[in-house]
Design a protein around this ligand. Structure first.
Ligand SMILES: [Zn+2]
Length: 224
């Protein structure tokens, strides 16, 4: 489903994103129920939380989009899906510096939002708005730190790829090394997700493992 377009890039939402929003609502209902009386009010409050979450994801993805554009890489669409957001780039920046800055832009935007809200959040009156701001700060920190895990294709993994590419001068070899790192980290993330009862961590861990193997098949092995 297309939601609209921002900076000339269309924003689409997969049905799995609706499932993610419902999951979030169930997870957060105990923390936010005290701000609402009836059923309709509860849904409205949780709708505000969902809006803050969606804004957080879009700020992350559009930071990637705008920095990628600076390096000549256009984006076809931003997709909100079951595991978060995803910017479909037509091509990656063609230099390690460009790749690093584009990848760092998403987490940087979330950290900036978290710090900005921490600075202005306190003067807000009203318990609900304070709780919403506090949760949005937490969500931005959580999304920034999760994406900084050095497992390709998470942002941290792309940043590591850019650094190795710069150091070795070999784009493909360094990407292969990053895929092996992602394959190593994936099962740990799945294990941690099982321990913390976080289905998202479990799925992302499995995705990292499978994506790593698929990408290794696609990236040609360096020939001697
Ligand atoms: Zn990102």
């Amino acid at each position: 489903m297309t939601l609209g377009s921002l900076f000339g890039v269309s924003v689409r939402m997969s049905p799995w994103y609706v499932l993610l929003l419902f999951y979030l609502m169930f997870q957060l209902a105990p923390s936010f129920d005290r701000f609402a009386d009836g059923y309709a009010e509860r849904i409205a409050v949780l709708g505000l939380v969902n809006a803050a979450f969606t804004f957080t994801l879009l700020a992350h993805e559009f930071s990637h989009v705008l920095v990628a554009r600076k390096f000549g890489a256009e984006t076809d669409e931003v997709l909100l899906h079951g595991l978060g957001g995803f910017a479909k780039l037509r091509a990656l920046p063609s230099t390690p510096g460009g790749l690093f800055l584009m990848s760092a832009a998403g987490p940087a935007a979330n950290l900036a939002l978290a710090l900005g809200l921490s600075a202005i959040g306190l003067p807000f009156d009203g318990e609900l708005i304070r709780a919403l701001v506090a949760w949005t700060i937490y969500a931005n920190f959580a999304i920034a730190s999760f994406n900084l895990i050095i497992a390709h294709p998470l942002d941290g993994g792309q940043m590591l790829h850019a650094i190795l590419w710069k150091l070795t001068g070999d784009r493909e070899k360094s990407e292969r090394a990053c895929q092996w790192i992602a394959i190593g980290i994936g099962p740990f993330l799945t294990g941690a997700g099982l321990q913390r009862e976080s289905p998202i961590m479990v799925l992302v861990g499995m995705y990292l493992l499978l994506n790593g193997f698929v990408r290794l098949q696609k990236t040609p092995a360096p020939s001697a």
